[in-house]
Write a protein that binds this ligand. Sequence first.
Ligand code: HPA
Length: 275
Amino acid sequence: MPHDYESCLAAAGYLAERTGMRPEIALVLGSGLGSLADEVEGATVIPYGEIPGFLLSTAPDHAGKLVAGRIAGRPVAVMSGRFHCYEGYSMAESSAYVRVLRLWGVKSLILTNAAGSINPDNRPGDLMLLTDHIKLQKESPLAGPNDTRFGPRFFDMTRCYDPDYQALARRCAAALGIPLKEGVYIYFAGPQFETPAEIRAARLLGADAVGMSTVPEVITAAHCGLRTVAISCLTNMAAGVEPGPVTGEEVNRTAASASARFRQLLRRMVEMMDV
Ligand code: HPA
């Protein structure tokens, strides 16, 4: 979608009018995690195609709708389905919705995704808090002219995974008795899963999990001053970590089987989150 200020403002204005609300917290649901949208009470459901300038989400198991309403009494927007570079979108296009959320009034972003586990100590079904990320691609969602209405040309990434929100995730998980792993997420553009050699290289670089989303959004969010926390559902062991192929079916199956726990954790985080 267009990522210029005026286009993002038009989409934000549409959402404010259509929903009659300005949510402070937005959640983005990754592959196989769409059922989390059922948590929303008093929901206004808006298919992406109805939002001016929004892209269509073509990934399997990504519903492509924005659900606005309340979770634990707090006004939220839930993005059920997101956009990926493997769908043919640039990083700027695929993460422009983050700017729309910001202009709509959102202050805090909770990103979820499905990821492959590079770290052999973690298992499919585990949840992993992102403490940092690695992007090897030269593309950035912020390449090109900078609009200072969103943020400065050069901007800090040392706190792009908000430390207070990381602490919140740990506290909520502990209180619920949900094990929460932590680690570094490495971005690969896909749509092919990685080769075993790529995963061995990623492990040497310090990555614990691999996926095809989240990083463009985290960069865009850091630029426009959204506080962000991201959690992966580790849906499979990454290529070559264990024998056997990596499949989309396994990703969706594991994500669905972990979704009740994930949902509980997210609900508690929304309830307790300072914005
Ligand atoms: N690699 C990349 N993306 C993924 C994976 C994986 O192994 N699992 C879920 N998303």
